[in-house]
Design a protein around this ligand. Structure first.
Ligand SMILES: [Zn+2]
Length: 181
């Protein structure tokens, strides 16, 4: 089983639901209204962030040295980038998400059918976003959770990423729910 990530940028008046856009992209038939993106910059950043990745005319493949490091395949067109992640740790997946955001794309997660269009950039100061209603998130027994705004996974005990009730990467306020296991 892979975990897939899609990135694209669209005209503001495009009314198609993200799930339909994703399906059209996946079947090589992107709808009008998607904007041309800077694929080359994203691919270069991916190659820099993941040494040993190999690029052909239509995909970038990366395989970690350690089996626990996971692997991924990246494909693209002029209007989208697609990452098929296999057992990829959260940190590595976050790197891919940051690269997508860096070229002004929004992330669509087909597993949850959510397009993350909160205005997030990789190192937004928490003050960047207005105080919002805290989003409730469950914290797993390992102390990790996933931010519902930007979809990054993080450890709630890490003050670099979670402080004063906010996910510092995007500024989303969160109400943590610790389940008893
Ligand atoms: Zn976040």
């Amino acid at each position: 089983m892979s975990y897939d990530l899609y990135f694209w940028r669209q005209a503001s008046d495009l009314a198609l639901p993200p799930a339909e856009i994703c399906e059209a992209i996946a079947s090589n038939n992107p709808p009008p209204g998607l904007l041309v993106i800077d694929v080359e910059t994203a691919l270069l950043r991916i190659e820099q962030a993941f040494p040993g990745s190999s690029r052909s005319s239509h995909q970038v493949v990366w395989q970690g040295n350690d089996p626990r490091a996971g692997s991924f395949v990246v494909g693209w067109s002029r209007v989208h980038i697609y990452c098929e992640c296999h057992q990829l740790p959260a940190e590595a997946m976050n790197q891919l998400i940051d690269i997508g955001i860096a070229i002004d794309c929004k992330l669509y997660d087909p597993q949850t059918a959510i397009r993350f269009d909160g205005s997030t950039t990789p190192n937004d100061a928490p003050a960047y976003r207005p105080v919002s209603t805290p989003a409730e998130v469950e914290v797993g027994p390992d102390g990790w959770t996933r931010c519902p705004n930007c979809r990054r996974r993080f450890k709630v005990a890490d003050e670099n990423v979670y402080k004063d009730g906010r996910h510092t990467k995007c500024g989303q306020t969160l109400a943590l729910i610790h389940r008893a296991y």
